[in-house]
Every structure is written in structure tokens, then in C-alpha cells.
Design a protein around this ligand. Structure first.
Ligand SMILES: [Zn+2]
Length: 199
């Protein structure tokens, strides 16, 4: 049985979201149009409003409403450090750790030549301009621990080193509360390679 065109369009739109299969898309669409029409209306309005008013921060490329994001706008952040991450969600994760007071740069992805994502798409030119700021001393690479994340970190580290800046990579290894027995070999190898003196 075929859905009416408008319903089919809604299901297709929901299905286009990551992690939403065709059955879940259909269930959500039915739910929104049956019992949750007020939720659906608010969702639609919120989506329109966010699309119209949320763009990227002029300085760090974080999602922002206005020219600068609150983090770039804040006078209380440490200008000497720039933490380079792949996505806005990574900024939130680092912020929630409460362990960092510096600035950020959001790549909005990682190098992936096959998908047409190169230095221009990641805003590396804008990052290079940021690194010219004399207050910057250290670039912290916090890209994901994937092949693409590592390749991206390598390119950014070359850029930063060329400017004579200190370059650090966030540590990788055994998670807090983790038991060695259950940690995979690659992670354990990283943890061993990155071992530190006990103070
Ligand atoms: Zn910003």
C-alpha cells in the first residue's frame, strides 16, 4: 500500500536522518500526525527558526546565533590555547569536562578526499589566520581517534608547527574505571606508548 504523497515525503525526510531506519521513520511520522500534532507544529516552527537564525561563528566555526559564539565572545577564556575538534558536539563534550578554559576551532568534519572533504571544507585557511594571533601558544588536537581523525590531526599539527607553536594531542587509552582485560589491543598499545612518569 502506498502512502499519500505528503506523508511519504515526511517519512522520507525523517529517514534521511542518521540512525533512523524506514520503519522508525514511518512510526515517527504516524505518531506526529496522530497524537502529537502540537509537538509536530512546535518541531516545525523550531526547525524553521533555527535554520534561519543559527549559522557559524565567524572565528571558530561553532554553531552560533550571531557573529560570534558565546565561547569566542567571552573575555574570560585563555587566548593562548586553541583546541581543534571535529564537531560542535565535541566542543560541548570538552566544555562539560570542565577541564579546559581555552579557545576552540571546529573543523565540521575530517579530511576525507573520497567524499570531497579537503582543507577548504574544514576551514583550514581560517584556522591558519587564527594561528597568526600572537597570543596563541599551543594547539591542542582533539580530533577523533579514527584513521581520518588522525590524518586530520597530522595536517593541522604541520600547520601549527610551521608557525612555531606547541602542538599537543589529547591522550588516548584506557577509559576511567576501565578494566585492562576488556580494552582492545589497539587502545592498549596507544595507552602503553603514551605512558607517563608517576609523580
Ligand atoms: Zn566561536
Amino acid at each position: 500500500m502506498k502512502h499519500p504523497p505528503s506523508l511519504a515525503r515526511l517519512i522520507d525526510a525523517l529517514h534521511a536522518l542518521p540512525g533512523i531506519g524506514p520503519k522508525t521513520a514511518q512510526r515517527l511520522a504516524f505518531r506526529l500526525l496522530q497524537d502529537e500534532r502540537a509537538v509536530a507544529q512546535e518541531l516545525s516552527r523550531a526547525m524553521d527558526h533555527a535554520l534561519a537564525s543559527v549559522g557559524r561563528c565567524r572565528r571558530c566555526r561553532m554553531l552560533a546565533e550571531g557573529e560570534l559564539c558565546p565561547l569566542c565572545d567571552s573575555a574570560s577564556r585563555d587566548d593562548s590555547q586553541i583546541c581543534v575538534v571535529e564537531s560542535p558536539a565535541d566542543v560541548i563534550a570538552v566544555e562539560n569536562s570542565g577541564a579546559y578554559r581555552g579557545r576552540y576551532f571546529v573543523l565540521m568534519g575530517h579530511l576525507s578526499p573520497l567524499d570531497g572533504i579537503g582543507p577548504a571544507e574544514l576551514g583550514l585557511h581560517e584556522l591558519a589566520l587564527l594561528l597568526q594571533d600572537e597570543r596563541v601558544r599551543e594547539v591542542i588536537l582533539a580530533t577523533n581517534s579514527t584513521v581520518e581523525g588522525e590524518a586530520t590531526a597530522h595536517v593541522v599539527s604541520e600547520m601549527a608547527r610551521a608557525r612555531g607553536l606547541a602542538v599537543t594531542r589529547i591522550a588516548q587509552g584506557v577509559p576511567m574505571g576501565g578494566e585492562l582485560e576488556y580494552v582492545d589491543g589497539g587502545t592498549l598499545a596507544h595507552a602503553l606508548a603514551g605512558r607517563q612518569n608517576v609523580r
